[in-house]
Design a protein around this ligand. Sequence first.
Ligand code: GLU
Length: 507
Amino acid sequence: MAVENRRVRVRFAPSPTGPLHIGGVRTALYNYLFARQNGGDLIFRIEDTDSNRFVEGAEEYILESFRWLGIKFDEGVSFGGNYGPYRQSERRDIYKKYVQILLDSGKAYMAFDTPEELDQKRAEIDNFQYDASTRMQMRNSLSMTAGEVQALIDAGHQYVVRFKVEPGEKVVVNDLIRGVVTIDSTILDDKVLYKSADELPTYHLANIVDDHLMEVSHVIRGEEWLPSAPLHVLLYRAFGWEDTMPQFAHLSLLLKPEGNGKLSKRDGDRLGFPVFPLEWHDPKSGAVSSGFRESDYLPEAVINFLALLGWNPGDDVELMTMEDLIAKFDLSKCSKAGARFDYKKMIWFNHEYILKKSDKEIAGIFMPVVKSHSVEVAPELLEKIVSLMKGRVNFVHELWDASSFYFIAPETYDEKTAKKRWKEDSAQKMGELADLLESLDDFSIENQDAAVHRWIEEKGYGMGEIMNAFRLALVGEGKGPQMFDISGLIGKEEALKRLRRAIEVLG
Ligand code: GLU
């Protein structure tokens, strides 16, 4: 089957070595967008053949991250499917069979060199590389007789299987983002594909065998895997799978917000933003790393921000839903150059999504914050408060500081504001205002507004002096929205109580 007509099948294949870095999340997102756009499948495969690097809880963490972000898989670990098992540690027998195929066809060989012997060679030869130029000086099934090899195996010696790279061959990597990259196989070393000690393949072999067996059509992954691509091309060739070799697309690096180099967790710690989707508790050290979820980012904002790190739709539209992204995403328009991680832009996205979401939804997220301050409030009232206040915050939890005066009467009055805004005659005027408000049967915002304005005019008072003192009495400081939005929402009784207390305290 020609590659162009294949069903689109892509995979996200993390190694469970810790929390998922934000770069990995972007890789998964691009795979997801590409799969959805093409009506294809997204596979979740766990690459856990390196048992030394296995970290307890990492797999569940990764799955939970995608649930939170709304990236959905069609098959794989925990999702099922017809190509399983999807956890590489459960596929030993499959890999053994394919290692044997390479051995039988002379495309790979067994090597018995101990770590000490390899070290010695490295000391002897400058820039030592295990390849066509050195392999006959080493202890392997090419340099030894079949009898010698068998004797070592019978005596229980461990070995590795190495790929036999033929020098002087042209290797072409056709990358959808980077174009055609051609290298000479002479620069490649005879990579280890399998270790008898744990009967497990290395990343390279398992990755290629699985991509082939799972009928993966496109390999979309981070730039750090680009150096492995020529070897992978040669492996497809060695197995005779060139016709169904996936198309490669290596994504650009995520760069520090400022300065040079790759984004790291330290940048996040230094500048105060997370680099992991969820909070991570390291099972060994107990160290806690912050996550986007716990730092109060909305998943939609994180997705939108990440989608634009290394890709843009070419128009000026920045706010896009997952549906928009699926429709617009274009793998061939992803940039080769690294993408700067502009965390301030990420905060902007969060603000925009707070505005974009309904007041009801934001109130639903805010409600537990309110309850954590032991405040009971009706959902409808909270919705109104949210609608008045959400334009002022970047994170939902910030709504508390911005609006706690709705729920809690001021106990003290900001000194500076009081000095400036509470005048000699303020108590008397606020007393008049309290009487006026008390007399209103209709306490609607409009009616208060009209009545108070009339009174101010009749008395010839200044609008500013009245409103400033009124605000100080109800809020305790100089902030907040329109005054009648405040008095209207807290209600007549509470507004009068606050006014009279301010008169008493401030005098
Ligand atoms: N296991 C590799 C990783 O952790 C997968 C690389 C690939 O996608 O080929 O990213």
